[in-house]
Design a binder for this molecule. Structure first.
Ligand code: GLN
Length: 397
């Protein structure tokens, strides 16, 4: 018989089957086992000192009460200027930009503000863990479209089959976490063609926009013909300026879409952290080249990681962007990445992220059952230490 206590503590069914975020779990495991954390994507080194000083200054000089819900004017202007400088996108900072508490809140507010219960949302699989959680909480139906191992390109035929009359939105992420794929202009054009044909909204998470390597180029999908009017673009200061804990992001696009984000956001967080907003404006306005230098440095740390992983029997395709490399542990005899990652702290003193949780269909051909994600966002000595530990360990099943 159910007791009144069990009813009191019962979790709402909208959370059914949603596990605690893997990143927090694996970072806690790294701390409790003294492991090198090559799991959760955050850098060891903080972003520009002047930007951090601007936040200190804002705290000291009184930017400590609520910012406007839509965001501080200086930051909205800085976001609009950033979009124009980098991509030639014209935005009205008063109606086409809203500040969010990171892209995670941007996704939540976009889904809550724009997607009806029962609407289908096409998501690129493997998907960042907040997407399925948020879609479920909003009562949306997700339709996965694969980036299949080992080359992680978009399956356009599958996309064509997934987008139809029931589709409300395509939730896109490029540069893509966790695969490191940067969608090409051709891939984006295929998505855009379908979005236009079926009158579908695109929610584009471009949080790794500046962290692209080699000859790869990030193309905002909103810059393709006929896409500006149907694309809501999300980004943040966290990844590109190494300030992941600040949780300040933005959504940009047509006024009605931005309005919908604000309409939902005001009931989630009301407004985002006031003293951080002027400092983020300083990052965008005065440290425009910082992400480019970071990307160059990240590319060299990526190379270090790729070389070290290959040396322990885990070859990886060099990431085109983001913080992440993927490897397949099947050649070492493992039939499940979850088991591998659970054993890794004890085997090697290293933590990495198992991929199956990012899939609806981990066992489909090219799925993620035996894939593991490693981050090169850490300092070089940390990556080196992780690799040395892996080299000393027995990694076979
Ligand atoms: N985006 C980071 C990653 O993919 C983690 C952010 C989080 O923990 N929610 O590792």
């Amino acid at each position: 018989m159910e007791t009144s206590t069990s009813r009191t503590v019962r979790t709402a069914s909208r959370l059914d089957g949603i596990a605690p975020t893997i990143f927090t779990r694996m970072s806690a495991l790294a701390v409790s086992t003294g492991s090198v954390n090559l799991g959760q994507g955050f850098p060891d080194a903080d972003g520009p000192a002047e930007v951090r000083e601007a936040a200190v200054e804002a705290l000291r000089t009184g930017a400590n009460q609520y910012a406007p819900g839509i965001g501080l004017p200086a930051l909205r202007q800085a976001v609009a200027a950033h979009q124009h400088r980098h991509y030639g996108i014209e935005l009205d900072p008063d109606t086409e930009v809203v500040v969010t508490t990171g892209v995670t809140e941007g996704v939540a507010a976009a889904v809550l503000g724009l997607v009806e219960p029962g609407d289908e949302v096409v998501v690129v699989e493997p998907f960042y863990d907040s997407y399925p959680a948020m879609l479920q909480m909003a009562g949306a139906v997700r339709r996965p479209v694969a980036l299949r191992a080992p080359d992680f390109r978009l399956d356009v035929a599958e996309l064509e089959a997934a987008v139809g009359d029931g589709t409300r939105a395509i939730l896109l992420n490029s540069p893509h976490n966790p695969t490191g794929t940067v969608l090409t202009r051709t891939e984006l054009e295929a998505i855009a063609t379908l979005a236009r044909r079926h009158d579908v909204l695109v929610i584009a998470d471009e949080v790794y926009e500046h962290l692209v390597f080699d000859h790869h180029e990030h193309v905002p999908i909103s810059t393709l013909p006929g896409m500006a009017e149907r694309t809501l673009t999300l980004s943040s200061v966290g990844k590109s300026w190494s300030l992941t804990g600040w949780k300040v992001g933005w959504a940009t696009g047509p006024a009605p879409l931005v309005r919908a984000v604000l309409d939902a956001k005001q009931w989630l967080t009301f407004t985002s952290g006031a003293p951080l907003q002027p400092a983020v404006a300083v990052a965008l306005d005065s440290h425009d080249h910082w992400p480019k230098a970071l990307a160059a440095d990240l590319a060299s740390r990526r190379d270090l990681l790729v070389e070290g992983l290959a040396a322990v029997g885990l070859p990886a395709r060099p990431a085109e962007g983001t913080y992440f490399e993927l490897t397949d542990v099947a050649p070492l005899g493992w039939d499940d990445a979850d088991t591998f990652c659970a054993a890794l702290p004890e085997r090697a003193g290293v933590v990495a992220i198992p991929l199956p949780i990012f899939y609806d269909r981990p066992d489909a051909p090219g799925g993620g059952r035996t894939l593991v994600r490693w981050t090169f966002s850490k300092d070089r000595p940390v990556i080196e230490e992780g690799l040395e530990r892996l080299a000393r360990a027995d990694l076979t099943a």
